[in-house]
Design a binder for this molecule. Structure first.
Ligand SMILES: [Zn+2]
Length: 301
């Protein structure tokens, strides 16, 4: 097997530009200012910025970084691609401290790089999971501790709460931060993200009781009475997803603040949805992340 880290686009910035341009501009350069595609020239010369193009419709200049998570960053494009590859290929994620050491950048830069890359992994949530003949498992998980809430002796009130929807087989995962396990929190998320023709699989929690009326079918697993994994009525798929997610949040991202949790969820969802079992290797996963960089420029960073 080839060593993926020796790929030229990870080593050399000119090669990185060629690599990104080929993927973001499959039909040739597109002007981000006016949308023009025809009268565009690549600017040459030693003093010119890498990847610089000029549009002769609107007479403005641009590079492929414009309008993407790479915009207004001084980090060389091949280092961006290294960060993308490392995050794409680390099953439980990779900490900013590890990225700092591996990429030789400051901790602040490592943090910004990784949050922007997570933004590239977020799906728009517009399409539905499931469909006819499909099974989607729905469950909540609790972990860590909410910001500024004291540790409680029992119960889950002080913990972070996440609702995940995981389609069986080669399907995808979608996770949402929730405030509480109530019908008011959970049902709108289920309705907005799962096709009506789907067979829904949950545990016996009463918040899921009504789902049978709205979806093709609903099965509930009664964990307490030996029904675990009997035939089709199980939630093993989502439990496998939670197991990776929790190991990552405990071992790698233990300092995650609540306001950033949705980005970490996007990261775990993305790697799960583009996992080996779906025919996606590390290189292909990094390429799919790269296609998500457009239109995701972060305001705060
Ligand atoms: Zn233009």
């Amino acid at each position: 097997m080839a060593n993926a880290l020796t790929a030229l686009h990870l080593q050399n910035e000119d090669a990185a530009f060629a690599y990104v341009e080929a993927r973001l501009w499959p039909n040739g350069p597109t002007c981000p200012h006016c949308g023009g595609v025809e009268r565009i020239s690549r600017m040459g010369g030693k003093a010119t910025r890498k990847g610089l193009h000029k549009c002769y419709h609107c007479r403005k200049q641009f590079t492929v970084r414009q309008g993407t998570i790479f915009e207004s960053s001084h980090v060389p494009l091949n280092v961006w691609l290294q960060a993308i590859f490392l995050i794409a290929s680390s099953k439980k994620g990779i900490s900013s401290h590890q990225l700092q050491r591996t990429l030789g950048v400051t901790l602040k830069t490592a943090w910004f790089l990784s949050h922007r890359v997570r933004e590239a992994m977020s799906d728009n949530g517009l399409d539905m999971l499931g469909g006819e003949g499909k099974v989607v498992e729905v469950d909540e998980t609790f972990f860590g501790r909410l910001d500024d809430v004291p540790q409680a002796r029992g119960g889950f009130t002080h913990k972070k709460k996440v609702l995940s929807l995981v389609e069986r087989g080669t399907g995808r995962a979608r996770s949402v931060k929730i405030e509480a396990v109530t019908m008011g929190e959970i049902l709108p998320i289920v309705r907005a993200n799962i096709a009506r023709e789907t067979h829904i699989m949950t545990d016996e929690h009463p918040v899921y009781k009504k789902l049978g009326l709205e979806f093709a079918a609903h099965s509930a697993v009664f964990h307490g009475v030996g029904e675990y994994a009997r035939g089709k009525a199980h939630t093993n798929t989502i439990e496998g997803f939670f197991s990776i997610f929790k190991r990552g949040m405990r071992g790698v991202y233990q300092h995650c603040r609540e306001k950033h949790l949705h980005r970490y969820l996007a990261e775990f969802d993305f790697r799960y949805s583009n996992r080996i079992a779906t025919g996606c290797d590390d290189v292909e996963r990094a390429d799919r992340m790269l296609r998500g960089v457009v239109g995701k420029r972060l305001k705060y960073a």
